[in-house]
Design a protein around this ligand. Structure first.
Ligand code: URA
Length: 436
């Protein structure tokens, strides 16, 4: 007979849990027979002792199998999915998904809402008048068949064991353990059913993983799990020392994404969309080389096929697609405050997490899952790290509901936007690409 006490003791002493034990533990925790206090002790033991590759894989599969799984088999072709470990100003899905759909890669994506300083794709999309992500599974699958793209909120009970465990880890200081993060993310990705998975693993001040090395370690674990589960998988390690692109805030990011699909790109956004897209096209068999993938992406921006795909996607999910030609239809904040540089020099730091906090302070982020957000507020940067700046020049524009919140956000922004006499080295957006 398996007893939770014995498993905790085994792991605490550096032992290795086998498949049967891991399955038993996850089943027991999901059905409530294993209490939180024992599972907390286990998470802490794992935090200190780590897990082998086999244990991490078994934990992932046990969590994946704890609930429903999405069946995408009726959709023809190789289905792709993309996952970001979370950042600030991350509007990648809004741009990448229409490009991939235009190039014949079906994307059936479940996305989340923002929490704390990070945004969520669902919130961004819902800033488009009429847009809904509240689709039934049938509508979702039908839409992917019809236009090659659908994004919905997570309505199915995917990986419920992970939901319980993540909430527990969040309150017991056991989130930041590589095997636990890798298994948590991958359990949901596997349950979501795609054949190809491309991961955007962020490294930097606005990310879970603060260094490139840690991000590579996490990406490698996720790739191992994906491969073992029979998926085609790759990871791009991307820089999150500063926000992605210029816009941070829901409607502001949609506006930037629409402009990108018209060929008006912030440089870093293009680099990352292409970095991820190249891997997705190659893994899906739609391009044989990086050069071919790059060219195909260029073409579908130039001939506006990606933009037309965005239009079809917005209409299919109840949104007003006129927004593409008339972005002024997006919610607009009444107050615009210019943030000016106090000295000459170069932008040396722009802490991504704290800029996310600014948007949160403006009302654009969620304190709890139930909070209502203001889609119109946010920050549009005028300068990025490495840019020269003169005293009095614009650093950013704050979009706010009132002057008081704008000034509060300005104070916070200036605290975390540092100007130095020397020009800092500019990090490339794509730090590394890992694939098997
Ligand atoms: N995101 C997840 O889904 N799980 C983690 O453990 C960390 C980040």
């Amino acid at each position: 007979m398996i007893r939770m006490y014995d498993l905790i003791l085994k792991k605490r002493n550096g032992g290795i849990l086998n498949r049967e034990e891991i399955r038993w533990m996850i089943d027991g925790y999901t059905n409530g027979s294993i209490p939180d206090y024992q599972m907390s002790a286990m998470m802490m033991a794992i935090y200190f002792q780590g897990m082998t590759k086999e244990e991490t894989y078994e934990l992932t599969i046990a969590m994946e199998e704890s609930g429903d799984r999405m069946d995408l088999s009726s959709i023809p072709g190789i289905k792709a999915d993309k996952h970001s470990t979370g950042g600030v100003g991350d509007k990648i899905s809004l741009v990448l998904a229409p490009i991939m759909a235009a190039l014949g890669v079906p994307l059936a994506k479940m996305s989340g809402r923002g929490l704390g300083h990070t945004g969520g794709t669902i919130d961004k999309l819902e800033s488009i008048p009429g847009f809904t992500t509240d689709l039934t599974e049938e509508q979702f699958i039908r839409q992917v068949k019809e236009i090659g793209l659908a994004i919905m909120g997570q309505t199915k009970d995917l990986a419920p064991a992970d939901k319980l465990l993540y909430a527990l880890r969040d309150t017991t200081a056991t989130v930041d353990q590589v095997s636990l993060i890798a298994s948590s993310i991958m359990s949901k990705k596997l349950a979501a059913g795609a054949d190809v998975i491309v991961l955007d693993v962020k490294a930097g001040s606005g990310a879970f993983m603060k260094t490139k090395e840690d991000a590579i370690e996490l990406a490698s674990e996720m790739i191992e799990i994906g491969k073992a589960a029979g998926k085609k998988i790759a990871a791009v390690i991307s820089n999150m020392d500063e926000p992605l692109g210029f816009a941070v805030g829901n409607a502001l990011e949609v506006k930037e994404a629409i402009a990108a699909l018209k060929g008006e790109w912030p440089k870093d956004l293009k680099e990352l969309v292409y970095g991820l897209g190249i891997r997705m096209l190659i893994l899906s068999g739609k391009a044989k080389s990086e050069e071919e993938a790059y060219r195909k992406m260029d073409d579908c921006i130039a001939n506006r096929e990606a933009l037309r795909k965005l239009e079809a996607f917005i209409s299919a999910q109840g949104g007003d697609a006129n927004v593409i030609e008339n972005v002024e239809m997006l919610p607009k904040a009444p107050v615009l405050l210019e943030v000016k540089a106090a000295e000459n020099g170069y932008v040396a730091k722009m802490n991504a997490q704290e800029i996310g906090v600014c948007v949160f302070m403006l009302g654009g982020g969620r304190a709890t899952k139930e909070s209502v957000i203001d889609p119109s507020v946010g920050i549009v940067l005028d300068k990025k790290i490495g840019d020269p700046v003169q005293k009095g020049e614009t650093l950013a524009w704050i979009h706010a509901k009132d002057l008081e919140s704008a000034q509060e956000a300005e104070k916070h922004f200036l605290k975390y936007c540092n100007i130095s006499a020397e020009q800092p080295a500019k990090k490339p957006m794509v730090q590394d690409v890992l694939f098997s």
